[in-house]
Design a protein around this ligand. Structure first.
Ligand code: PGA
Length: 256
C-alpha cells in the first residue's frame, strides 16, 4: 500500500475565528478528543492565537500552524509576519496560498511560491493550497490548472525541500459551501498532483508527499474521502471549530 510511505495529516484551518480566550477553550476540548490519533494533527490558527496554542499543546500530539507568512525575513511590510518569527515561536506548519488569500488579498502563484520557499528556508512546513473555481471545473481545465499551480508553487525547491511540503487540493467551489467534492473527484486531482510532483522530483518524492483534500470535509464525509489512495488527510475549515467533529475526522484519517 502506497499510503504507508507517507503521513496522513488532518489540519484545522481556523481562518479568522477565535480570540485567544476562545482558542484556549477549544484547545482544552481538542487535547483529550484527539490524543489517540493515528495521524498527524495540526491546528492552523490566527497569529494572535499562536502563543496560547503553543503553550496549551506543549507535550501533546497537536502541532501548531499559522495561516499565512510573508516571504521576506524582515523589513518594511506593515502588518505582515515573517517565517523566522513563526519558527522562533515554535510554529511548525503554515498554510500558504489559501484560495481566500488568493481571492481577497491578491495572492498569486508567484507570491505563493515565494512564501512557500521562505517557509521551508526557515524550517517551517508549508501547506500549499491549490484548486480550481467552479467555472474552471465546468470548462474542463481543472487538471491543467492544478498542475500549473503546483509547478509554480514548487519552483526553485529541491527534492529535499519537498520533504517538508504538504499540498492541499481545495476546489474553491467546495470551500465553506457545504458542497464537497466527491471522493472520486478528490482522488482524481490528488493523484494528478502526485503525478506532477513525480515528473518534477521523481517517484520516491511523489510517493512520500502528503496530499490533502480540503473543502467542506466534515464528520460525515471524511472517512470516504481519506480512504482514497491518494488522499492523505484533509485541511478542515468549519468542522475544525467543533472539537467533537474534528475528532471524528481525525479518527477517520487514522484509519484511512
Ligand atoms: P471548509 O474550509 O472546510 O470550511 O470548507 C476548508 C478550507 O478553507 O481550508
Amino acid at each position: 500500500m502506497d499510503k504507508q510511505h507517507r503521513k496522513a495529516i488532518i489540519a484545522g484551518n481556523w481562518k479568522m475565528n477565535k480570540t485567544p480566550k476562545e482558542a484556549a477553550a477549544l484547545i482544552d476540548q481538542l487535547i483529550p478528543a484527539v490524543k489517540d490519533a493515528g495521524c498527524e494533527v495540526v491546528i492552523c490558527v490566527p497569529f494572535v492565537d499562536l502563543a496560547v496554542a503553543l503553550e496549551k499543546t506543549k507535550g501533546t500530539n497537536i502541532r501548531v500552524g499559522a495561516e499565512n507568512v510573508h516571504f521576506e525575513a524582515a523589513g518594511a511590510f506593515t502588518g505582515e509576519v515573517s517565517a523566522p518569527m513563526l519558527a522562533e515561536m515554535g510554529v511548525e506548519y503554515v498554510v500558504v496560498g489559501h484560495s481566500e488569500r488568493r481571492q481577497y488579498f491578491a495572492e498569486t502563484d508567484e507570491t505563493v511560491n515565494k512564501r512557500a520557499r521562505a517557509a521551508v528556508a526557515a524550517g517551517l512546513k508549508p501547506i500549499i493550497c491549490v484548486g480550481e473555481s467552479l467555472a474552471q471545473r465546468e470548462q474542463g481545465v481543472t487538471e491543467e490548472l492544478v498542475r500549473l499551480q503546483v509547478k509554480i508553487a514548487l519552483g526553485g525547491m529541491t527534492a529535499d525541500d519537498l520533504k517538508n511540503v504538504v499540498i492541499a487540493y481545495e476546489p474553491i467551489w467546495a470551500i465553506g459551501t457545504g458542497r464537497t467534492a466527491t471522493a472520486e473527484q478528490a482522488q482524481e486531482v490528488c493523484a494528478a498532483i502526485r503525478k506532477v510532483v513525480g515528473e518534477l522530483y521523481g517517484a520516491d518524492a511523489a510517493l512520500a508527499l502528503t496530499v490533502q483534500y480540503g473543502g467542506s470535509m466534515n464528520a460525515g464525509n471524511a472517512a470516504e474521502l481519506v480512504a482514497k489512495p491518494d488522499v492523505d488527510g484533509g485541511l478542515i475549515g468549519g468542522a475544525s471549530l467543533k472539537a467533537d467533529q474534528f475528532a471524528v475526522i481525525v479518527d477517520a484519517a487514522g484509519k484511512g
